[in-house]
Design a binder for this molecule. Structure first.
Ligand SMILES: [Mg+2]
Length: 248
């Protein structure tokens, strides 16, 4: 009886000590797990802080180009047109110049124009439309200019806005262009025009381009691209354009 009691007591003691040891081991693992998780989370937070510090905030200089507007004149800047049957229509133009006949309905009359594209105009428009909001502002009537602009922007994804003669300001017989119709903030807008009178109201926003009639080797639009590429990064386009006016 005594021996059975002793054996049972030993067994109970052994089982209890095994349980204690298991619990100790488990608690040890649990402690390790908690410590590892804590270290991992701390390391993650620190690395994130470091990454955030490493990535610079969006360069404010780069933000300037966003939202800039480039206004383009139409006639003798991007195209040249002659009314068929008129004296000027008999002047020969190189076959390499791209052309299209455009029918214009004006005062219940149908007029036929031959419109010539300035060399490189398609490439020019496609390129600048990636840099600027592109607007056409012409002193021509909408009846003529609208179909011409449609031809220049056949996919309808280059030119954002159009302004015609009725949006011009008539002063001393000249049609001036009110740039604020396209962009109220004059820091962000410039006008490319073959006629400097057109930007008389906002001289510091104007970029003069040589008049184009028919020269098939004209590269003025290509020549302008590096300048426009740089201009979009300025905080105020006038700070650069006013220097240009002083130099000329
Ligand atoms: Mg013009």
């Amino acid at each position: 009886m005594s021996s059975t009691f002793t054996t049972t007591t030993i067994k109970t003691t052994t089982t209890s000590s095994i349980r204690k040891r298991r619990t100790k081991v488990l608690l040890g693992h649990l402690y390790e797990y908690v410590a590892l998780t804590y270290n991992f989370v701390c390391a993650l937070i620190l690395s994130r802080k470091r990454i955030t510090k490493k990535i610079p905030k969006l360069n404010t200089d780069m933000q300037y180009y966003k939202g800039k507007t480039l206004i383009l004149d139409l006639d003798e800047t991007l195209v040249h047109s002659v009314r068929l049957g008129s004296e000027s229509s008999f002047k020969e133009v190189s076959p390499s110049v791209i052309r299209k006949k455009v029918e214009v309905q004006c005062d219940k009359q149908s007029l036929l124009y031959e419109v010539y594209k300035r060399p490189h105009v398609d490439f020019f428009l496609k390129t600048i439309s990636q840099w600027y909001k592109v607007v056409i502002y012409t002193a021509s009537m909408a009846e003529y200019a609208d179909p011409v602009i449609d031809w220049l922007d056949q996919d309808n994804n280059v030119i954002s806005q159009r302004f015609f003669r009725q949006s011009c300001v008539l002063r001393n017989g000249n049609f001036l262009k009110d740039l604020t119709l396209a962009e109220e903030d004059l820091c962000k807008v410039c006008l490319v025009d073959n006629s400097p009178i057109a930007f008389d109201m906002y001289k510091e926003n104007g970029i003069a381009l040589p008049t184009w009639i028919s020269n098939p080797n004209d590269e003025s639009l290509l020549d302008l691209l590096p300048f426009l590429d740089a201009l979009r990064f300025t905080a105020d386009v006038r700070s650069v354009l006013r220097l240009q006016h002083k130099l000329t």
